[in-house]
Write a new protein. Structure first.
Length: 232
């Protein structure tokens, strides 16, 4: 069963989609950056949960070795967060794709492996945060208290849900991923906000969301150094 992940998921009258509201209405710049990071982290968060789930199962097998009673399913909370992560990512990606007239086959996504689905959902949502926040009256379904329910939600609901799931992943896995802040400015927005998560080959800007590889970052640093020497 796939649970909806926020308490705000209360039925509301449908209001339609409005394009007149400012792109990031309801979120400050800092919250928008946190939302972008939460979206970017979707595939990695799922992998972290899978790693935690595997560790829980290994520890449980050791704990109950030699006993006759069946093990207690203590990994249910991890599986619930995993299911919510995948379900919500698909819901909001589908709604954004519908506005952008981008093909998103929900049934095919549900039949696919979680990794590629979350990678595609993250790319779509990360590059369309203003579209996500402008959503109004989108219809989503999910399980609440063992009952399949339909809700009208909007983009701010989506932001709260995705941010909440990001916090729940941290709570469940019991870890905060080490993030390296890089000294050079972002080549797109020129803010010093480039970050690389430990073990990740991709560098991301915390302000504009620009992505680059380590090789591209080094090339940019070299060009910047040459430019500074020329000016000097």
């Amino acid at each position: 069963m796939i649970p909806l992940s926020v308490e705000k998921a209360t039925p509301r009258p449908r209001t339609g989609t409005s394009a007149s509201r400012p792109p990031t209405a309801g979120l400050c710049d800092a919250c928008t950056r946190h939302l972008r990071q939460a979206i970017t982290d979707l595939p990695r968060d799922y992998l972290d949960l899978e790693t935690a789930l595997a560790g829980t199962r290994d520890g449980l097998r050791q704990l109950v070795a030699g006993t006759r009673e069946p093990p207690v399913p203590i990994s249910l909370s991890i599986e619930a967060v995993q299911a919510a992560l995948l379900h919500e990512a698909q819901c909001w990606a589908e709604s954004v794709a519908d506005v952008l007239r981008v093909d998103w086959d929900t049934q095919a996504a549900r039949d696919s492996r979680p990794g590629p689905v979350l990678e595609r959902a993250a790319r779509l949502l990360e590059n369309s945060i203003s579209v996500l926040l402008a959503l109004r009256g989108v219809v989503h379904t999910g399980w609440i208290l063992d009952e399949w329910t339909t809700f009208d939600r909007d983009g701010l609901d989506g932001a709260v849900i995705l941010l909440d799931l990001s916090h729940r992943v941290r709570a469940v896995t019991g870890q905060l991923r080490l993030v390296h802040n890089l000294p050079e400015p972002c080549p797109r927005c020129e803010y010093r906000a480039l970050q690389r998560a430990d073990g990740d080959d991709v560098i991301r800007c915390g302000v504009c969301g620009q992505r680059c590889t380590w090789e591209e970052y080094e090339r940019s640093c070299t060009l910047l150094g040459d430019r500074q020497e020329t000016v000097a």
